[in-house]
Design a protein. Sequence first.
Length: 81
Amino acid sequence: MALTITDEQLRAMGMSAREAKTEIACRLFDAGKLGFHAAMRLAGADRVEFEQSLRSRGIAIHRPTVEDLREDLATLGRMGV
């Protein structure tokens, strides 16, 4: 399915087509609807560009789970830290 955003709508938003794609990709990533690489491709950006887009919107790039944190704590414990 194609999604069409008209030139008139883009003008009303004050965005270019690329800016709109980036905004949509960032919001879908933030909502957990797209993974990083899929959102990056939707935005038409490379990794660095997409990370900058996320940072500029205050969207966390890395989202550790509770289990990730437990594993990190266990590793630190084994290291004697």
